[in-house]
Design a protein around this ligand. Structure first.
Ligand code: 5GP
Ligand code: MN
Length: 343
């Protein structure tokens, strides 16, 4: 038996909103990851099973290692299908906000959600949620939004309607947000949930292979180049920085998702507990931060208009790559000022 976790009051409010809505839109954050897509598709299949007209809308494309997920081809990518996304959001009676805690995480969708008259329900696990939803189900202590979606479905009394495809989506999000259960994964209830999902018929080993062992040769060579040529280790500060310019990505035919996971690799170095990846995009440098143990990388990310969790955070820089790397180095040298735990 799982602990209750989510407030009964919030469950009741969200359930009522679902019951009285026919047209439902599920939204998730920019550069959707396994948890964003897994939680969205898990909830999508559930709501479809209730006979709702439901669409998942994402701000931009998701990586191809998630495209095996059932009905991922029905996801509306706003960047590519702007007018359809605008119409669906305008017509929606209820909007779910999954795996993000603030409107600046959805880029071009932000004004649409602000203008929308639809009721909104947030299900998320990032600290400090903004209050733009009618119901805010926010649990930073839970390692994935997908787990929260599973808990939500159970709490509305619908465990019996969880199908294998829903279970696959939910497992994918739980797996990817914990690095295949290698961090944020000490809660025994995670494994109680996995037991249920496996009993529903998921092939967890095949899901692992579909997500982690289907990379392109280009990606593998880009990873080799990044680690051998573009990694700087600040041993004294237990921190490693890797970076890629736009030209370097182009040279290796970089596609969305190709550098996903690179930031975790330097944590495998003995005595490195903080890793930072700076990747040059069209108009900015995207920064990813990871740590293990108590070092709060969301504090570092806050120095770059960003945030996130204690051990995983992101931000962006509008300076050049060179200036960004210099700023990073000076922050790393001031590491001790960031040591206190914020979660
Ligand atoms: P990633 O490095 O995978 O892009 O992001 C790691 C974590 O930080 C994710 O949980 C993500 O939601 C959060 N994150 C990434 N970028 C940003 C950002 O620009 N702002 C905030 N607030 N969080 C971010
Ligand atoms: Mn997540």
């Amino acid at each position: 038996m799982l602990s209750k976790l989510i407030d009964e009051d919030k469950i009741q409010k969200a359930r009522k909103l679902v019951n009285r809505s026919e047209r439902i839109v599920i939204t998730t954050h920019i550069s959707p990851d396994g948890d964003a897509i897994g939680s969205s598709l898990g909830l999508y299949h559930f709501l479809k099973g209730l006979g709702k007209e439901v669409t998942v809308i994402v701000p931009n494309r998701f990586p191809s290692f998630l495209s095996w997920l059932n009905e991922s081809d029905h996801i509306v990518v706003m960047e590519e299908l702007q007018s359809i996304a605008v119409r669906l959001i305008k017509e929606a009676e209820l909007i779910f906000c999954l795996d993000y805690n603030g409107l600046n995480r959805i880029n071009g969708m932000k004004p649409l959600l602000e203008q929308s008259q639809a009721h909104k329900v947030m299900i998320d696990h990032h600290p400090f949620p903004e209050s733009f939803c009618d119901v805010t189900i926010s649990h930073p202590e839970v390692s994935s939004t997908s787990e929260l979606v599973f808990r939500f479905i159970c709490r509305v009394g619908a465990f019996g309607s969880v199908t294998k495809v829903m279970a696959e989506a939910i497992y994918t999000g739980m797996m990817t947000d914990t690095g295949n259960f290698s961090y944020n994964s000490n809660d025994p209830e995670i494994y109680a949930i996995i037991k249920e999902l496996v009993q529903l018929g998921i092939d967890k080993d095949a899901i692992y292979r579909s997500v982690y062992n289907t990379y392109s040769e280009d990606r593998m060579r880009l990873m080799g180049y990044t680690l051998s040529e573009k990694m700087v280790v600040f041993h004294e500060y237990h921190t490693a920085v890797i970076s890629l310019t736009a030209a370097e990505q182009e040279h290796y035919h970089h596609k969305i998702g190709d550098s996903e996971g690179f930031v975790n690799i330097p944590l495998q170095i003995d005595n490195v507990d903080c890793s930072i990846f700076a990747r040059e995009d069209k108009d900015k440098v995207k920064l990813s931060f990871r740590s293990q143990g108590s070092f709060p990388v969301n504090k570092l990310a806050a120095e770059f208009n960003g945030g996130g969790h204690l051990n995983a955070a992101g931000g962006e820089s509008y300076a050049t790559m060179e200036e960004t790397l210099q700023k990073l180095e000076s922050l790393i040298r001031r590491r001790s000022e960031f040591e206190t735990n914020v979660e």
